[in-house]
Structures are given as C-alpha cells and as structure tokens.
Ligand binder design. Structure first.
Ligand SMILES: Nc1nc2c(c(=O)[nH]1)N[C@@H](CN(C=O)c1ccc(C(=O)N[C@@H](CCC(=O)O)C(=O)O)cc1)CN2
Length: 283
C-alpha cells in the first residue's frame, strides 16, 4: 500500500484562512501586522523564498517591507538598517534571509535583531527560551513540521523520532520540539555510523540534510511517518527532497512531498509568528 500524503499546500491554505481572520481583527483595532524582510545578494532560490514571503503577507492582510542589498554590501549598512527596524513600532517582525554572503558573520546579524521581533526564532535568547520549553518564537520550518504532524494525527508521545541533520535552523530546534512532545529523539549527522540502522528504527523520520534523495525506501520502517525538509535540485534542474519519494512512499505510512510539503508551511509559520508578535503589542 502506498503512503498517505501530508499536503503542505492544503494545510497551509487552511491555516492562512485563520491567519487572515486574525489579521483583520488586529486591523480593526488599529494595528496592521508588519514583517520586514532583508535580502542580501542575488541567490535565485533566496529571491524566490523572499518573494513568496512578501506575497504571503499580501494575501493574508499583513504589511511587508522588503530591503534588497547587493552581495558586496558592507555589513555595517545592514546592521544600521536592522537597528532602524528594531526601533520602528509599526514593524512587528524582522528577518534576514539566509545564507548571507561571505563577508557577513551571520551570528552577529541575527543577534542584532531585537529578540521580540525575531520571527525566525534564531536569536540566541529565543534559542535558549525554546530549549527551556518556553518558546517566544518557534523557528518556522520545525514549527511547520509540528503543525503537519498534528494535522496528520500522528501519535508523538513515546514515538521514536529520528532527525537526519543537525543545523541550527532545522535539526536542533526540531529535536527540542519533538522532545517537548515526549518523543524519544535521535539526531543523526554526517559523522553518524550506520545511518540506516537509526532511520529504520524511526516511527517519525525527519530528513534535513540537504542531499538529494539520500533516504531511500529500504532505510524506512514500514508504516513510518516521513517528513522531508530537503530542497535540492537534480542535475536536470528538477526540485527534489532529501527523501527518494518513489521508493519511500511504498514503505512509509505518511509522507510529505517536495515541492508542496514542508516548504509552504515554513512561510505559513512565519506569517503566524509575525501575527503573534503584533498581537502581543496589545497585551
Ligand atoms: N531567514 C531564514 N532563512 C532561511 C530559512 C528561514 O526559515 N529563515 N529557511 C530556508 C529557506 N526558506 C525560507 O526562508 C524556504 C525554503 C523553501 C520554501 C518553499 O516554499 N519551497 C517550495 C518550493 C519553492 C521553489 O520553487 O523553489 C516547496 O517546497 O514546495 C519556503 C521557504 C533557508 N533560509
């Protein structure tokens, strides 16, 4: 039997309807939720993500500010702009699209964003709050994964969750969130020995390594939930995930596609965090 598909576009559409209602309610109280997005350089994938973020704001009733800088910009210019946005009371969320060009220290940039406007949840203060089980903003991709698991009615309590990838953006926060949901969590990475030994034990497998189709059907426990966070391009230019969808869907019970899985959820959770930030100004 082939796996049931967890459709990120469909789940996103439902969540965004709820967000539009919340945005309208805020506007009625005189507050227009606003997200500021900073893009540095000409990376085509980043340009697409930023365009989708701005379009998502527009469709949901949020205001957006988009600042684009050339790849060679002096980091001081970007830091000065972040300081301005931090001080602007009409701006509720600020993000800097990653990756940044080489002359930037990404940590310095992320730490410059006011923690209460850090809707990506990447500031050290917000990372610490997440680790302590008291998150201010949950990083958007792992947040989207949790929402998809909830919509798919996946049992989390006591489940064996295996995450492949240990990035600050996905792997580490994903581990914290699944731990908070009472999963038993294993994080695998490039130095892990016998990766398939770990992945075959997973009731929930999250692939976030950035290597096209590296998780194949024989590495998956029959009936498992498989979440594909990867966004890769094949040599032919086709978008594909870290999971080999064709072989995996014959073994898994539930699976996310690429495109149309976790990606759209990332943007939906960014809108959620921005709205939440704007709502907090009323409290
Ligand atoms: N500041 C941040 N930078 C980056 C983040 C992030 O959360 N914050 N995550 C990724 C990129 N990303 C969001 O920024 C992102 C990636 C993919 C998608 C998406 O919708 N993907 C589509 C396919 C889109 C395409 O055609 O290429 C899909 O999977 O269906 C949204 C957001 C790194 N940087």
């Amino acid at each position: 039997m082939t796996a049931r598909i967890l459709d990120g576009n469909a789940i996103s559409a439902l969540l965004r309807e709820e967000l539009a209602v919340r945005a309208a309610a805020l506007k009625a109280r005189g507050i227009t939720p606003c997200l500021a997005v900073i893009l540095v350089g000409e990376d085509p994938a980043s340009a697409v993500y930023v365009r989708n973020k701005v379009a998502g704001c527009e469709k949901t009733g949020l205001r957006s500010i988009k600042d684009v800088y050339p790849a060679a910009v002096d980091p001081a210019v970007v830091l000065a702009r972040i300081a301005e946005l931090n001080a602007d009371p009409t701006v509720h969320g600020i993000l800097v699209q990653l990756p940044l060009p080489k002359q930037f220290d990404a940590d310095v940039v992320l730490e410059a964003i006011a923690p209460e406007k850090d809707v990506d949840g990447f500031h050290a203060e917000n990372v610490g709050a997440l680790m302590q089980g008291n998150p201010r903003f949950i990083p958007c991709t792992p947040y989207g994964v949790i929402k998809m698991l909830e919509r798919g009615k996946v049992v989390l309590k006591g489940a064996e969750a295996v995450i492949v990838g240990r990035s600050n953006i996905v792997g580490k926060p994903m581990a914290m969130l699944l731990l908070a949901k009472s999963c038993t969590v294993t994080v695998c990475h490039s130095q892990s020995k016998d990766l398939a030994f770990h992945t075959r034990r997973a009731d929930i497998l999250v692939a976030a390594v950035g290597r096209a189709r590296m998780i194949t059907g024989d590495m998956i426990k029959p009936g498992a939930t498989v979440i594909d966070v990867g966004i890769n391009r094949t040599p032919e230019g086709k978008l594909c995930g870290d999971v080999d969808f064709e072989s995996a869907k014959e073994v898994a019970g539930l699976i996310t596609p690429v495109p149309g899985g976790v990606g759209p959820m990332t943007i939906t959770m960014l809108l959620t965090n921005t709205l939440e930030s704007a709502e907090r100004t009323l409290k």
